[in-house]
Design a protein around this ligand. Structure first.
Ligand code: NAI
Length: 358
């Protein structure tokens, strides 16, 4: 069996830190496991273009392992070439880099390690909300520059207490964010999701559901995006929707870059319609050097909390998603049932409701 994995290059860090399991160098800890059973295991970070390692070897691989951090984009076009492909495993959470409708059509299963990094992301969301609301990044930059002018920072710093905070998507991550927000004494917690939270769960965090998206965004001081990328969420946050946001709201997106229109977000930040934008996900990854989100700022020169995609790839998370990937592979090899929560696409059909209402 030929197993192809597309992973990011970890460089010196991956050699020094073996717990960086999701890298090209450390191969999710799978080489010995696979080779001892006589399987061929090919790993590369070379994923773009017709001559890439990815496109060459997808032609006869039976198993494809990818991560959302350095996504091997398996398009509908490439699916046609992937004649031998049976299963795609996402080492992590979020399989939008695989054309899921094409996977249904070609009877290729798609599984992810559900839950493996949801706490990691929820913690990052909390950090992002706080660093925007409290105007942290410009304050730290001021210190590094050798300056000290408290008023320049304090003029745009607020408390989280007393704010209305909402999540788009109240699944594993969204709900964990709501739980973590409760002790901050928000004015109100709200959510927008086509799936209502179970009554007990909503009650436990005191979250109110708002069913109309414009109504939802117009009520929030802080919005965090925690929904998968699919046809119904691509470009969801665009210039029109941003015009319904409260003036000066903060937006955190650790879900997927393409859920937001990048230029509309940059323009809203520049005009002050948004006071801040933070997250770790970009519409293509690695993000181009001139991506507008790298340097965009609000009128006071702050409000940018962007980092590379790492919220879900802490060392703790890597241990969990590497173990989960191996378990999925093992189930596949032994023809055992997969954990139902891990199945995104079963053979010929969507197995989850999270990637859009169908
Ligand atoms: P989940 O499947 O537990 O929850 C997703 C929720 O979003 C579901 O409740 C679903 O009904 C809702 N949803 C789907 N479409 C929606 C729409 N149009 N409007 C409102 N709600 C919608 O997924 P989980 O584990 O919470 O992860 C969510 C996403 O976060 C992943 O799909 C992935 O894209 C992203 N993620 C990012 C990571 C990072 O490192 N930045 C790591 C892990 C996940």
């Amino acid at each position: 069996m030929k197993v192809l994995a597309i992973l990011y290059r970890g460089g010196a860090a991956a050699k020094e830190e073996p717990r960086l399991l999701g890298t090209l160098e450390n191969e999710l800890g799978l080489r010995q496991y696979l080779e001892s059973q006589g399987h061929e295991f090919l790993v590369s970070d070379d994923k773009e273009g017709a001559n890439s390692f990815f496109e060459k070897h997808i032609a006869d691989a039976e198993v494809l392992i990818t991560t959302p951090f350095h996504p091997g984009y398996l398009t509908a076009e490439l699916f046609k070439k992937a004649k031998n492909l049976k299963i795609c495993i996402t080492a992590g959470v979020g399989s939008d880099h695989i054309d899921l409708n094409a996977a249904v059509e070609h009877q290729v299963q798609v599984l992810e390690v559900s839950g493996s990094n949801v706490v990691s992301v929820a913690e990052h969301v909390m950090m992002n909300i706080l660093l925007l609301v409290r105007n942290f990044v410009p304050a730290h930059e001021m210190i590094e520059r050798g300056d000290w002018q408290v008023s320049d920072i304090a003029r745009n710093a607020f408390d989280l207490e007393g704010k209305v905070i909402g999540t788009i998507g109240a699944g594993r991550i969204g709900y964990r964010v709501l739980q973590r927000l409760v002790p901050f004494n928000p004015k109100e917690l709200v959510y927008y999701d086509y799936a209502a939270l179970p009554e007990q769960a909503a009650k436990a965090v005191g979250a109110r559901r708002i069913e109309d998206l414009k109504d939802f965004v117009s009520q929030c001081d802080v919005i965090t995006v925690n929904a998968p990328l699919h046809e119904g969420t691509r470009n969801l946050i665009n210039a029109e929707l941003l015009s319904h946001f409260k003036k000066g709201a903060w937006l955190v997106n650790t879900a997927r870059g393409a859920i937001c229109d990048k230029d509309a977000v940059a323009a809203a930040l520049k005009s002050g319609q948004l006071r801040g934008y933070a997250g770790d996900v970009w519409d293509v990854q690695p993000a181009p050097r001139d991506h507008v989100w790298r340097k965009m700022k609000n009128p006071l020169g702050g409000g940018n909390g962007m980092v590379p995609h790492y919220s879900g790839t802490t060392l703790d998370a890597q241990a969990r998603y590497a173990a989960g990937t191996k378990q999925i592979l093992d189930n596949y090899l032994k023809n055992k049932d997969q954990e139902p929560g891990n199945i995104i696409i079963g053979i010929g059909k969507y197995a989850t409701k999270a990637y859009g209402q169908r």
